[in-house]
Ligand binder design. Sequence first.
Ligand code: ADP
Length: 654
Amino acid sequence: MIFLSARAGEEMRVEGLLAGADDYLVKPFTASELRARVGSNVRMALARRRATEQERALRAEAEAARDQAVSVLESITDGFIALDERWRITYVNGATERLVQERRADLMGKGIWDLYPASVGTAVHREFARAAEDKVPVEFENYYAPWRRWFHIRAFPGPQGGLSIFYSDITQQKAADDALRGSEERFRAVVDTTPECVKVVAADGGVLQMNPAGFLMVEAGRADDVIGKSVFDLIAPEFRGSYRAFHEAICRGQRGSLEYEIIGLKGRRRSMETQAAPLRQPDGTVAQLAITRDVTDRKRKQEELAASEMRFRQLADSMPQIVWTAGPDGTPDYYNERCYAFTGFEPGAVDWETLLHPDDAQRTIGAWRAAVEAGQAYTTECRLWDRRESRWRWFMPRAVPARDAGGRIVKWFGTTTDIDEQKRVEEELKGANQDLEQFAYSASHDLQEPLRTINIYGELLASRYAEKLDGEALEFLGFLRAASSRMSALVSDLRTYTQLAKFDIPEELTDAQAVFDSVVSDLNGAISESGASLTSEQLPSVRVHHTHLTQLFQNLIGNAIKYRSPDRTPAIHIAWRPAGGGVVFSVADNGIGIKPEYADQIFGLFKRLHTADEYDGTGIGLAICQRIVERYQGRIWAESELGKGSTFQFQVPV
Ligand code: ADP
């Protein structure tokens, strides 16, 4: 600076130089003026150097600060974008290049809404505008649809306008949050809908949480009735001690299960079964997490079962029979008292197979195994050793399977009945019958001879002396001859009846069709005389003796012709069908029929529904049929309607 002055006094010049002038355009100098001039120049130079240094230092400091800020911005993983007041990008950090996949040079100077037009009108647009206009920092999360990414964004207004924006990609974190929320929601849905009570009980017994099923079990109308209340109050008094000990053990870190009873808030008692595990709480204490099932019904059923088992045992023990049960595989698992008394075995050590008579053992054991295998009722007869009387006794073991709803056998119920007395009577009866039959056989045999004599001489009388006899004598002779021929028929039928036992069940099959054909030809006379029409299906072969089958067809077809209706032509049909492992034959007629109440009686010996005047006969025919069929363990029966006709059916083996 140069000081110009019109005034030229020494003081003035000194004053001017002191005031900061570089020079004074007035000469010459005085000595003091020179000193002041030099001094001033020196001070000035010093001040100038100081100022320059200070300025350099300040500049260096500012540059260092800026470098530091930039290096911070470059080192952070969050993206950073600086915008000027016209939304143009003035700076982006390295993280931004990575996050938006663009080079810095391509971004600089561009308008942000030109770069990301999809953001216009969205939350970003609104929030940035708010930050810039209201000069407030903003923070928000935003989903950028084109990239399908979530960002967490913070924007700060700059002092001269513009925004400094920090942002980070939170897509993954969002997905993890959603997954967690989803799994939490699913877990809650399970807990809320499970029929079991799920609860959390604090160490002090306070109920922290309980699901809706739990509220129902404890009869709580509202959550407040239970949550925060003591769980011990819900436990039935006699179980409270054990429950408390259990709860404490769980809260000490053990796991376990317990059965106990609760009394609901409305007083209903229930049996519960709980599984519990320790659950660490946020405050560091340990609570009990329990899943509890209402087992009231199961318990009741168990008790009912026990009671019914008890009744069964009492009943079984009071029975005179040996009562036993076996598992599905046929292994006996229960015997009543009577069994132990009879066998002398200790409970748990019954070995009935060792008690069997050697001649019965194989058959009896085989029959039992076969029944178990087939799942069919078992019944047989066998001798067991009676150790008290030291003799064999006859028994009848029987068993029936009990099945579950699915038809699977769950148990066998068996009885073994003492039939020794019955067997003895049967044997005696058999003996007596045999004697009687023997007698009837020899009587009928012996009667034949004198009967023949009566017949012959009756015939001789009628043929040779007819003219010598008066009318009455001839009539008497007629009665005599009729009676004797009836008696012959009777004796002959009786002989047939008594001889039935002669044939055993044959090994070979008999062709029923052939038998039927020969019977038809034997009955030819009666058939043509009555005008009967006889039809039949093609008949099968059966395991019945030829003679027996002939007698069956003869009697049944003979009766069908004999008991024909006077009002219509006799029509007789013979049919068959398989049944119960054998064959059922049927002989159907359109004859006079039988009153249903007599349908069973007619099979008895000498049982007739008509007099000899009405229909000829002995009343033995159907008895013979029944006896034959019974020999083959079959049966015979009649179905009939009076006046309409009858159907006789019999079953025989194949
Ligand atoms: P019988 O024919 O010798 O009298 P059965 O033992 O053959 O003896 O028959 C017994 C009775 O059954 C007969 O008397 C008859 O009353 C009745 N009966 C048998 N078969 C028939 C039939 N097909 N229709 C009506 N009644 C019958």
